[in-house]
Design a protein around this ligand. Structure first.
Ligand SMILES: Cc1cc2nc3c(=O)[nH]c(=O)nc-3n(C[C@H](O)[C@H](O)[C@H](O)COP(=O)(O)O)c2cc1C
Length: 515
């Protein structure tokens, strides 16, 4: 898969190029100097991506909120927002191609800091939340190699600064990195790791997908282009040559040995102090004009955080994949960003056989540990509309009939409602009509009438051709008014007689309901 030293484009998927390509209204440029302590509040208040041209005393360039909206992911993938998860699935079929570039041709090694120069406190890392244990590097993608498979593993993980060359990294939740790290610790070995800071949104999407492949290859597949990689200066890992910054180093062999946290977490609450591994920095490499990146996480505006938006993409992609085998006709999938992008998942489907809504619920509950509540609706309900979902819950759901509870399931330990338990409940809400009931008038949704169909000279002729709703009579007579039809119906009521069917359509008594 890796070709050595061939020419490769190291600019198109640069973070700076992405920012420069954004349409108007997506990026706020802050040109005046800003203290690092002011960054969090500015980002919290802005829906746009925000680029600080001069952050902190060093005047560093820093960007935040790059991925805090689906519209920016839509721009990154070149498809409308709701289509992005399926575009990701489509791109998984792209051939992965890694091309190793020489160190002097890798933009991310234009500047190399070693020894005392390699200092995490030189970077524009800001305090994000009031109770955080220290400033966190929040938009980092970790790269490790699994010696068992030879594959490179990528994930998104935060680093809490402990000093110039140490950071705490949260590796508590089940993940591939956790498995790889625990195996290294069991062998009594350190684990080489490098972190990318400053990457294209597509790379973040790739890093957080749960697919058993070499995940650097996954970056190439999702980009739909060869990925230039370069060997790190102080370890043997390959990293994207077009990144902004790389933090090289290793996890020490003690494993989960030091306190890390608290941190404002992606469910909108603080995560407490945990025992976590320590990252030791051995080098920092970067572009000459490197742009640092930060990511928003939690708080009351969860729906517009980078984390919830990335998580929603991952959830929707994985749920689509599951549904494509579990039911015949999934129509739409939406993971709400207000629930962190994975806890509450909405699915609409066209049921071809009774029970498919329940199959969908069970399949989606099992698709990802992080999915907690599943709402299934008929295809007429827009899953991205809170108002329509509320209406479906109010009118198509009975608590004693339509709830499915999965007990003692693997779930996300960070869920504060677990109250310390390691497994939890998942709940399915079947908001679909009972199979076949959607045909009835009482389950049909009113909408302004459409006046279409064959024309007739009189109401009597129109009804002789078959039963009709009032609006169909208006169309059948080419009326632009309708009140004259009320008068004609009144006359027909006396002779030859007029009646109504169960759906409320008019019909001539003499036709006896036959059409
Ligand atoms: C911005 C962001 C930050 C994240 N930070 C962490 C973290 O600090 N610790 C963690 O366990 N998971 C974190 N996650 C979730 C993991 O990145 C995600 O589960 C990933 O798929 C793990 O990859 P892996 O299983 O290949 O190791 C984060 C996700 C996002 C989007």
């Amino acid at each position: 898969m890796t070709a050595v030293r061939a020419a490769v484009d190291c600019e198109t998927f640069g973070l700076r190029q992405f920012l420069e390509s954004l349409p108007a209204g997506e990026l706020l440029d802050v040109r005046e100097p800003v203290d690092l302590t002011a960054i969090a509040a500015i980002l919290d208040a802005q829906p746009e991506a925000v680029r600080f041209r001069s952050a902190g005393p060093e005047g560093a360039e820093l960007v935040g909120n790059v991925m805090s909206s689906r519209s920016r992911f839509a721009h990154a993938f070149g498809v409308p927002g709701p289509e992005v998860p399926r575009e990701i699935l489509r791109r998984l079929g792209n051939r992965a191609q890694l091309i190793e570039v020489a160190r002097d041709e890798a933009p991310v090694q234009q500047r190399v800091w070693l020894g005392d120069e390699a200092d995490l406190t030189r970077l524009p890392v800001h305090v994000q939340h009031g109770f955080d244990g220290a400033p966190y590097i929040s938009a980092a993608l970790d790269i490790t190699r699994d010696p068992q498979t030879g594959w490179t593993n990528l994930g998104a993980r935060r680093l809490m600064l402990r000093g110039p060359r140490e950071a705490g990294v949260d590796v508590v939740a089940p993940s591939d990195l956790r498995t790889i790290l625990l195996a290294a610790v069991a062998r009594g070995e350190t684990l080489p790791v490098s972190f990318v800071v400053g990457a294209h949104p597509i790379d973040h999407a790739a890093a957080t997908l749960k697919i058993p492949v070499d995940e650097l290859g996954l970056v190439s597949s999702l980009r739909g282009a060869p990925l230039g990689v370069v060997k790190c200066v102080t370890n043997d890992l390959l990293v994207p040559a077009d990144a902004q910054w790389i933090l090289e180093g290793f996890f020490d062999a003690r494993g989960h040995a030091e306190d890390e946290g608290p941190y404002g977490e992606f469910l909108g609450y603080y995560g407490g102090v945990k025992h976590n591994p320590v990252f030791h920095l051995t080098a920092i490499t970067s572009r000459a004009d490197a742009l640092f990146q930060t990511a928003s996480i939690g708080g009351y505006a969860m729906n517009r955080t980078d984390t919830a938006q990335i998580s929603a993409l991952r959830t929707e992609s994985m749920v689509w994949r599951t549904l494509e085998t579990a039911v015949r006709e999934p129509v739409a999938v939406h993971a709400t960003t207000s629930s962190g992008g994975s806890f509450n998942v909405r699915v609409s489907l066209r049921q071809r056989a009774p029970g498919e809504a329940r199959n969908a619920i069970h399949a989606v509950m099992g698709s990802l540990a992080n999915v907690k509540n599943v709402f299934v609706v008929d295809p007429d309900v827009d899953v991205t509309s809170d108002a329509q979902m509320d209406w479906a819950l109010a009118t198509r759901f009975q608590g004693d009939r339509d709830i499915v509870v999965g007990e003692v399931m693997r779930t996300l330990p960070l869920d504060p409602s677990l109250d310390g338990r390691r497994t939890g409940a998942k709940t399915g809400f079947d908001l679909t009509w009972p199979f076949g009931a959607a045909e009835a008038l009482e389950t049909s949704v009113p909408a302004p009438p459409e006046f279409a169909g064959a024309r007739f000279a009189s109401v009597r002729d129109a009804l002789a051709a078959g039963p009709k709703y009032f609006a169909e009579l208006v169309a059948a007579l080419g009326s632009t008014d309708g009140r004259e039809i009320v008068r004609e119906l009144d006359a027909l009521r006396s002779s030859p007689g007029l009646t109504r069917d169960k759906r409320g359509r008019y019909l001539l008594a003499a036709t006896n309901g036959k059409t």
